[in-house]
Design a protein around this ligand. Sequence first.
Ligand code: XMP
Length: 326
Amino acid sequence: TWTTVNVVDEQVALIREQVGTKRAVCGLSGGVDSAVAAALVNKAIGDRLTCVYVDHGLMRKGETEQVEKDFVAATGVQLKVVDAKERFLSALAGVSDPEQKRKIIGREFIRVFEQAQAEIVAEAGEHGESVDFLVQGTLYPDVVESGGGTGTANIKSHHNVGGLPEDLQFQLVEPLRKLFKDEVRMVGQELGLPAEIVQRQPFPGPGLGIRIVGEVTEERLDLLREADAIAREELTAAGLDNEIWQCPVVLLADVRSVGVQGDGRTYGHPIVLRPVSSEDAMTADWSRLPYDVLAKISTRITNEVRDVNRVVLDITSKPPGTIEWE
Ligand code: XMP
């Protein structure tokens, strides 16, 4: 029978068997999945696990600081924070195609993990164990939607599945590969992770990089970060966090429309709100948010975010639309 205790015991045994006396690195994103994967592996191999948080410059406002503070406080794992903003932004320069963006981001993540691996080995000295394993919080839906399930078409390459480079040197440790999000949350709870981590809404590994329709630039990221922070703040203030599964905020960077703001004409970009309700992200429905909350978000974004003169609501379910726009 399926119980969280059984899952934890079984996975801890499998991880020990797989990793043996070697070391592992785990890419931590701040999300539920990687946090639970890290906690499981930490339970299995203790301090032979090093978590690596990659700040790729595609995070939301305040996210990096939150991971540094909350996750370490909750788990006590060893954490390496890598500032890789330059690396990701230059790799993404000039790229608009969604799948190409995903593949670039997936590849750059691995390159950063390889660098971290080399540093960990060097720090451990000659008696240190080698780092052969990479822990990922891959879930069952990630595998299916990346075309990994039998007979399924590739919908989009999740950064940690279809986005992996072909010359990957690591062996993967993916203890959540057969689980859905709600099950992962239960396992996280069983492992003693705090509610702030376990109940967090999903946020994709490629971050805001796949929420800018068009080329990803520093300026556009700053703009989207502001709009996203306003939407999140208002949804939280309205007590709607538990009602929605997640609410991607998307910048249509390649679209412009005419507005009238302040003293006159503007020619700015639209921001899309994509609040959805879902059980497992495989299907989703658009959330019927109260109009006054939507109005407040719209007014604030158009008043406070430079170059944005329109806010639109995505009222598409999944299918036919996916949750993220790219
Ligand atoms: P879609 O857009 O496929 O998203 O309907 C389903 C769920 O997966 C998240 N998502 C990702 N998560 N890496 C991740 O860690 C990815 O590459 C990725 N792409 C989508 C998305 O936010 C939603 O919760």
